[in-house]
Write a protein that binds this ligand. Sequence first.
Ligand code: SF4
Ligand code: SF4
Length: 201
Amino acid sequence: MVTHAFFELLKQFFTEPATNLFPVRNAPQNVHKTLKAVEAGKASINPPVEVPPGFRGKILYDREACIGCQMCIKVCPSMTIENLPEERKVKFYISRCTFCALCTEICPKKCIKMSDQFIMANLDKYGDDMIVLDSGNFTAEDKAKEEPKKEAPPAPPKPTRPAPPAPAATPKPVEKPKKTPPAPAAPVAPATPPAPAAPKQ
Ligand code: SF4
Ligand code: SF4
């Protein structure tokens, strides 16, 4: 048992780490400052930090496309969204968000969506980074991307008629062997009458 554990330990020294060294190779003294430096383009996080398709990151909100229907407020389970009645718009407090994506599904204008951004560590939960007021006019872009697909739907495959069954081969009449008439019998030569007996003297 101890020997097995020892070999496992040795093996770990020579294998690649399964996890990503995040966010930078050497742990910084102040992660918050490092993330700020990353956002400002002064430092880069350790690649690869990829997210799977359908990842639910920080909310994006297209303020211009929003019609203020408040459907998102009704479904939000964590009271993340505040109504702004005078402007007929909404406001998101990301520190409350549970990333359930219900608001993105119910929005009739598709002006809320989840991004790939997962770096949201912040000391101030009401800071500018943690409040979403407007993420730009992405709804029109998303629609434009989808429209070409709608314009040219793939042509349905033409129904192919099954080929009619080939007519059954008619059997050829079996030719009867022609009967050759029997050869006419050769005429029998008339029997020569016997020569008359010579008269006796
Ligand atoms: S993702 Fe869920 S929790 Fe976050 S704002 Fe939308 S409905 Fe609310
Ligand atoms: S559901 Fe969509 S359109 Fe309605 S208020 Fe929320 S963000 Fe605006």
